[in-house]
Design a protein around this ligand. Sequence first.
Ligand code: SF4
Ligand code: ZN
Length: 371
Amino acid sequence: MTTTNGKVCEICLVSRPMVKRPKTGQKVCKECFFQLFESEVHFTIVSNRLFRRGEKVAIGASGGKDSTVLAHVMKTLNERYDYGLELHLLSIDEGISGYRDDSLETVKRNQLQYGLPLTVLGYGELYGWTMDEIVKSVGRKNNCTFCGVFRRQALDRGAAALGVDHIVTGHNADDIAETVLMNVLRGDVARLERCTEIVTKGPEEVLEEDGEDQACSGGGGSSGGSGIRRSKPFKYAYEKEIVMYAYFKKLDYFSTECIYSPNAYRGYARTFLKDLESVRPSSIIDIIRSGESLKVGGEKLGKRPELGLCQRCGYISSNQLCKACLLLEGLNKGRPLLGIKNERSRYSKQEDEQGERGVGRKIPMWQGVKK
Ligand code: SF4
Ligand code: ZN
């Protein structure tokens, strides 16, 4: 490591240092910071062989800092290193007034700023319910379970319609370290082993009591249920550095929190992580590395459920109905707890007898990735 008198950048030894990197403590100038940040993401991409040349990739874009920086960096690296990717922005409109409507305006500006095509798919259009309506019906306790399950399918369906079978999301190192901590605190060994994966493909069982895991920064929404790959190029990027990058690059992003954010259990894990980071900046990476090294075997992992197709919408599911169809049916019947907690186990006895009568609006049949 180079040491200087603090008056010049530790990398180029010429310019004035503007940034003390949270990740390493290095004092660097703006230009060297950009270069380091981008090179580290490039290294993550290349060393994990995230992309194939000619691949179409959808960037899950919310208008927030992570996905805005991701779109900017993906575009920059695709051009600089000639990855040969066809990039799209894909946004999900959950229908949260005063939050998502404003953040989508940011994505629309990003579309023009970065020259990338944008597709927006709304919960209202796909499920017949917006999050505002869902919260009115279910209250503020399980809202993120609905939102997370619906987002996961909406992203897959949006990508499939675009002919895209790879989605990148802006989950950063802090999000992943938090998820590792939460899985440790809950004793969820099966997820502990999987939550640090940089690429996920294939179905992920959505468990009960998942409300917060489904929330925006949760790892729960990171697996495709359809064979569409999901990857996280920012797996090792610190949140603080993403904020600095956005700030110094003057990127246009939306910084307000969701008005329905639960902020409970994950919030404690977040605060704990920030406290750890303040005394030992490497804590975030250390926690991720710990998660990566864990191999839990034997009975603890349990048997992974067998997979089939949802009988109603054709999406991959380990049950008769996928979670989204079950949640939607509950909403339509005025029984929003149907897909949550023990209500699901009663499903086969009661609802089966009624067949498809009274199910209400259904999710369109899954057609797979459009070729
Ligand atoms: Fe949806 Fe919850 Fe995220 Fe709000 S915080 S957008 S309700 S998952
Ligand atoms: Zn279904």
